[in-house]
Design a protein around this ligand. Structure first.
Ligand code: 1HE
Length: 260
């Protein structure tokens, strides 16, 4: 059944970019169970032809995290399964069919930061702020944040955010690695969309390698990582598309790297 709190559309000249928007601004895009399951379903059923995705939030905030009104008394087993449900959904985002770019503004807090950290690129506008209020709500992260957020900013910074309630603004957040891009207020979506169009032009196997192989290689011991890298490189370069692209460069028909 269609969920009114999330919007999906295809954009781009070839409809190659999926735009996924949280549309629950009255509740600051807080993620209830139905919304988490809808995110999972969207990434599991991404239509053929989509080659990159942008996720953003309607209203003044990207996402206020877990819907606290649903945080009823759960016993340990129920709590475990609830967290695992988030894990399953955000795994579909991180290890799904296409690279995902988060367009951030306003609050990126709690589970909202967990969602953002499952994306491959984060573009933040100047209104963005990051926090993990779980610490002061007497709970803990449960949507994969304990794994993904330290990989962005380090475990000690994450511990500080949760212990002291520290809030990072957009500028400081970008400096410590929360986002790869910092843009003027109101322009995060446009920048994210521009990047998505660019990402969608890559060979699909290269994008696959970047979202499925690279993070795993980075976690492997070096000698295993080198072997996985070699195998992924061999698979990627064997694709006819790779050969065409290299030939186009050698024939002077493809763009050079420019200073930007
Ligand atoms: C919510 C939620 C929510 C807003 N669950 N209803 N996340 C938090 O602890 C963050 C809680 N939210 C806030 O600190 C603020 O709402 C914001 C800084 C995000 C935005 O402030 P503001 O002034 O724009 O909005 P507001 O007046 O606080 O909220 C507007 C409405 O949204 C209000 O409901 P209303 O019916 O009174 O209008 C709020 O109750 C509602 N609302 N945030 C439910 N989160 C997998 S584990 C993850 C664990 C976590 O994510 S814990 C962190 C939860």
């Amino acid at each position: 059944m269609k969920n009114p709190d999330i919007h999906f559309e295809r954009r781009g000249e070839e409809q190659e970019v999926a735009v996924i928007r949280l549309t629950r601004p009255a509740k600051r895009n807080a993620l209830n169970d139905a919304l988490i399951l809808a995110i999972r379903d969207l990434f599991e059923n991404m239509p053929e032809g989509v080659r990159a995705a942008v996720i953003d939030g309607e209203g003044d905030h990207f996402c206020a995290g877990l819907d606290l009104s649903e945080l009823k008394e759960r016993d340990a087993g129920q709590g475990l399964h609830h967290s695992r449900m988030w894990h399953a959904a955000l795994e579909r985002v991180q290890y799904g069919p296409v690279p995902v770019i988060a367009a951030l503004h306003g609050a990126v807090v709690g589970g909202g930061l967990e969602l953002a950290s499952a994306c491959h690129i984060r573009v933040a506008d100047e209104s963005t702020f990051y926090a993990l209020p779980e610490g002061s709500r007497g709970i803990f992260v449960g949507g994969g944040g304990a794994v993904r957020i330290p990989r962005l900013i380090g475990a000690s910074r994450m511990a500080d955010m949760m212990l002291t309630g520290r809030v990072y603004n957009a500028q400081d957040g970008e400096k410590i690695g929360m986002a790869q891009y910092l843009v003027p207020q109101g322009s995060a979506f446009d920048k994210a969309f521009e990047l998505a169009v660019r990402v969608a032009q890559n060979a699909p196997l290269t994008n696959y390698a970047l979202i499925h192989a690279l993070p795993r290689i980075a976690e492997q011991p070096a000698d295993q990582g080198f072997l996985t890298e070699a195998m992924m490189a061999a698979i990627a370069q064997s694709a006819p598309e790779a050969k065409q692209r290299v030939r186009a460069f050698l024939d002077g028909k493809a763009a050079k790297v420019s200073k930007g």
